[in-house]
Design a protein around this ligand. Sequence first.
Ligand SMILES: C[S@@+](CC[C@H](N)C(=O)[O-])C[C@H]1O[C@@H](n2cnc3c(N)ncnc32)[C@H](O)[C@@H]1O
Length: 202
Amino acid sequence: MTDTFLKTFPTDKEREKRVGRFFEDQLLPKLNKVDDNCFDLEIGCGHGHWLTDFAIEEKNTLLIGIDLITKRVKKANSKMEKRNLTNLLFFKAEAKEFLTLIPETISINNTYMMFPDPWPKHKHHKRRLIQPSFLSLLASKTLPSGKFFFRTDFNPYFEWTAQHIEESQAWTLTNDTLPYEHTSYFQDMLPDFQTCSALPVH
Ligand SMILES: C[S@@+](CC[C@H](N)C(=O)[O-])C[C@H]1O[C@@H](n2cnc3c(N)ncnc32)[C@H](O)[C@@H]1O
């Protein structure tokens, strides 16, 4: 989180309120229009390349992209506005905070994580987003038919994720393919990657 952001929202409570307002003011009005109570989520959407293209193809699905970095979310939002996409929202948020605060009446359908930060050093593995508690939290917010897609160029992180899913009581590995193929900013630079998918165990 940037200093400016932390100056504006200095406490956990204020940051949580901000995420709550996003659900109330931005997400719920869109869900009311599509008469549905779920959305697809990209965690760590960066500049929004992949999700913006997906939103053009997938007009009937509400898509949300979140990222920690304000500048990237701003760029993503300007892409969305230029294309007049009404089924897409980008929001600066930390993944675990965002997931925790999703209102109980709303669920995630599919979640996409494309080229997440790999944290290659052993002492930094605890910073990886994929952890047992994260997988449980994500499953608790996902529809029984909703899937989790994970893509990385970094083989050790791929193995780590497949193993964590295998050991998780909350998910089971599947052979599903991404519903939409289009390069992301990182996929353009890193053409050798692996993808895994999983279904929640409810
Ligand atoms: C390597 S980039 C990949 C961006 C994009 N998915 C792509 O394929 O081009 C990883 C992104 O994840 C974001 N990120 C890392 N940790 C995050 C977290 N805890 N919550 C939300 N976003 C996060 C970073 O800010 C960064 O933009």
